[in-house]
Each structure stands twice: as structure tokens, then as C-alpha cells.
Design a binder for this molecule. Structure first.
Ligand code: HGY
Ligand code: MN
Ligand code: MN
Ligand code: MN
Length: 399
């Protein structure tokens, strides 16, 4: 067995949380390229160096710890949502670090580790691994904007000088990503491990309705071109029209709304909002896109609004690799007999992008109460350590 040290692993997880730690709960505020994110990546690079691996930062700021020769790659991301939990991404990176460190000390098998940049999509959708895997071109990614209008190109410019080239994916025989479930299934069933069967697909785009800004006291209700009302109408119509197309697992979210000028005595003239939808079936995602475009078009035409759509971003649903997944299943059965299951992932992960380059598989540990993308996200330490042990067993078996 690899000489993993659970205490050292937990201590490093807590150290990483200190970068951008929230005042409330155990959360973190560590969006891509924030001061906290860059400091956390510098700390990680130091830990990687101490582990005897070669530190390699790519042009986007994804941090690799490279073992010599061809190796398995373990990892995830260390950036967070604007209000994120301490384990989302961090767990997979620190588990990878611990196993790579133990493997290096034991003289093999060779194991590398990575923390991808901007998995949480400050700019796009899982941007760091999307660029590395060719899912999106670097020039196209550079033009993506965050919600304040900062471009990805400008944000990553800060990494230049410290960065080397992109890592050659041929160095790696496969990618294993450990993650918290971020949903309630394992916690409710009192199970310790989820082995992922497939990851859902996603589509994401910005929509703008432009109406007419005016005085909220003097402008009659009749004839207003109120951008908020356009969004409200669109939202209601969408739910009705989706009803015939979706399954209980399909989800859609309007998570960010920029209403202009956002003042109580002004009829809002413009709204730009995010529209995101996810499902395991690519055809259904396309049908939903058609409904979104058609519904927005109807709202705009009937209310006299100008309508525009931002670029459509997305990732296809992907199946996990049978051999790697099998190794995780055997390791789970050996570690926690009967207390694991195969399950889909409704959250996105870097593994989706990496699957363009090499075989990938994933394992989950429970999320208390199913909470994630919130400061309240947490997992029992015993479950974190169980996940580490299962991953280490699988790595050992895969050699
Ligand atoms: O949103 C997601 O599924 C991922 O955590 N970025
Ligand atoms: Mn994540
Ligand atoms: Mn996340
Ligand atoms: Mn006035």
C-alpha cells in the first residue's frame, strides 16, 4: 500500500482553506486570478516542490506537479466560486498531492498532480482545462469576459513570465479526479463513496433585453418597455415550454442578473442575464436551446425589446473510462464493502475536458446536507480520508 499520511493530507487541506477563508462557516472566496487564488497556487507549487515533483505552471496558470516519465495524473482545481466551499476542487488537488508525495517517497508508481485554473467559470466554463484540451482556442478564451467586463486575456496576463508552455498530455496515461458529491445522494443513503458513471453536459450563454429607461413615477404602465418585466415574462414562459422536454434530472438556472441602472425610481432599460442549462442528453440540450431562443424572440417582438445573445458555451456529456472506473469500483468495494454506488455527476468537472486527451474517471465523497457552492459546504473528515484511501488503492492497482 502507498504510504499515504491522512493527517498530513487533512492539514494541507486546512492550510489551503486559509487562502481566501470566509468569515462565515468554512467557506472560501478564491475566484480565479484573485490575490487569494494566486497566493494559494504559489503555496501549492512549494508543496509540490517539497514532494520532489517538477513544478510546471502553464500559460493560463494551471499548476502541475510532474513525476518523471509517463504517469497517472490526479487533481482538480483550487479556484472557487465567488462564494464557495473549502472542498470543491481543493479536495481533488490535495488528495492528488498526498498520493503523488507518497508514491514519490515509495519509489513509484509515478503520479503527477494538477490544479486547473478557472474551473469555476469566472470567464467561461472550466476554462483552464478547456484550453489545455483544445475544447476552446486560447485566442477565443482570451476574449471571454467576467461579469465586470474583465477579459480572460487580461486576467491571465499576470501569469506571464512565471509560466512555461502547455504540458504535453502524452506524458499521462489517465486522469483521476476525486471530488465532493455536491448533492444529497450519498449523505442521505449513508454511503461513503460514489464512483461516477457519466458527467452531464452543459450550455451557458448571456441574454440581453434592451427596452427603454424612464421615470418610474410618470411613465404609465401601458407602453413601458421595462427590461425587468421582459425577463420575468421570459422566465415564466420558459418553465411552461420546458415542461414537455425535460426530465426530473434536467436543470436550468438564471444565476446572474445585471439590471440597468438598478435603481428603485427608474424603469429599467436593460437587463443582461446568464442562462445555464444541464442534462445528460446532448439532444435535449439542443432542444432546450431552440426553446430559449424562440421564447426570448417572442418576448422581444411582443414588447418592443432589442434582443441579443452572447456566445454559446458548453460541454458535452461524457462517460467515464471503463478501466479506470473499474479500478475505482474495486478499490471502493475493498475499502467500504457495500457502502458505495455508481452515480452520475450533475456538476461539471475538469475531467470532462481532460477526457479529450486521455482516459478519465472520478470518485465522490458525501457532502453534508448536499450543500455546495455555498459557505456551508462540508464533509466529515472520516469520509475525506476514506476517499483518499480508495483513490490511493486505485492508483496502486493501476500501477
Ligand atoms: O458548476 C459546476 O458544476 C462546477 O462546479 N464548476
Ligand atoms: Mn469543483
Ligand atoms: Mn464548483
Ligand atoms: Mn426627479
Amino acid at each position: 500500500m502507498l504510504p499515504i499520511q491522512p493527517e498530513r493530507f487533512l492539514a494541507d487541506l486546512h492550510r489551503l482553506r486559509a487562502f481566501g477563508a470566509s468569515c462565515v462557516g468554512k467557506g472560501v472566496v478564491r475566484p480565479a486570478y484573485s490575490e487569494a487564488d494566486i497566493a494559494a497556487r504559489a503555496w501549492l507549487a512549494e508543496r509540490i516542490r517539497e514532494a520532489g515533483l517538477d513544478v510546471h505552471v502553464d500559460p493560463i496558470g494551471s499548476v502541475f506537479g510532474l513525476a518523471e516519465g509517463r504517469s497517472l495524473l490526479l487533481g482538480s482545481h483550487t479556484d472557487s466560486q465567488p462564494e464557495g466551499g473549502w472542498l470543491d476542487g481543493a479536495l481533488g488537488v490535495i488528495a492528488g498531492l498526498e498520493i503523488a508525495r507518497a508514491a514519490a517517497a515509495a519509489g513509484g508508481p509515478p503520479v503527477s498532480v494538477v490544479s486547473f485554473q478557472d474551473e469555476e467559470g469566472r470567464f467561461g466554463v472550466t476554462t483552464g482545462s478547456a484550453v489545455w484540451s483544445g475544447g476552446i482556442g486560447l485566442a477565443e478564451a482570451d476574449a471571454l469576459k467576467d461579469r465586470d467586463g474583465v477579459t480572460f486575456g487580461a486576467a491571465r496576463a499576470g501569469m506571464q513570465g512565471r509560466a512555461a508552455d502547455f504540458v504535453d498530455p502524452a506524458r499521462f496515461s489517465g486522469f483521476l479526479e476525486m471530488h465532493i458529491e455536491q448533492g444529497p445522494v450519498l449523505d442521505r443513503a449513508d454511503e461513503a463513496i460514489g464512483v461516477v458513471g457519466a458527467i452531464v453536459g452543459i450550455r451557458d450563454m448571456k441574454i440581453t433585453f434592451e427596452g427603454e429607461q424612464n421615470h418610474a413615477g410618470t411613465t404609465p404602465m401601458q407602453g413601458r418597455r421595462d427590461a425587468f418585466q421582459a425577463l420575468a415574462r421570459f422566465n415564466g414562459m420558459l418553465a411552461e415550454r420546458f415542461a414537455n422536454v425535460v426530465t426530473p434530472r434536467t436543470v436550468w438556472t438564471i444565476g446572474h442578473v445585471a439590471l440597468h441602472p438598478n435603481a428603485s425610481s427608474i424603469v429599467p432599460g436593460r437587463v443582461t442575464f446568464s442562462m445555464q442549462w444541464r442534462d445528460g442528453d446532448a439532444d435535449r440540450l439542443s432542444r432546450m436551446e431552440a426553446i430559449i431562443r424562440e421564447t426570448a424572440g417572442e418576448v422581444a417582438a411582443s414588447g418592443g425589446f432589442d434582443l441579443s445573445f452572447g456566445p454559446l458555451l458548453g460541454l458535452e456529456p461524457v462517460e467515464m473510462d471503463a478501466r479506470l472506473r473499474g479500478a475505482l469500483e474495486e478499490a471502493a468495494e475493498a475499502q467500504v464493502p457495500g457502502r458505495w454506488r455508481v452515480m452520475p455527476s450533475g456538476a461539471l468537472h475538469d475531467a470532462t475536458n481532460v477526457s479529450r486527451l486521455m482516459p478519465v474517471a472520478m470518485l465522490f465523497v458525501p457532502s453534508i446536507g448536499g450543500i455546495s457552492h455555498a459557505f456551508g459546504e462540508d464533509t466529515d473528515e472520516a469520509d475525506l480520508v476514506t476517499g483518499l484511501r480508495v483513490l490511493a488503492r486505485a492508483v496502486q492497482a493501476l500501477g
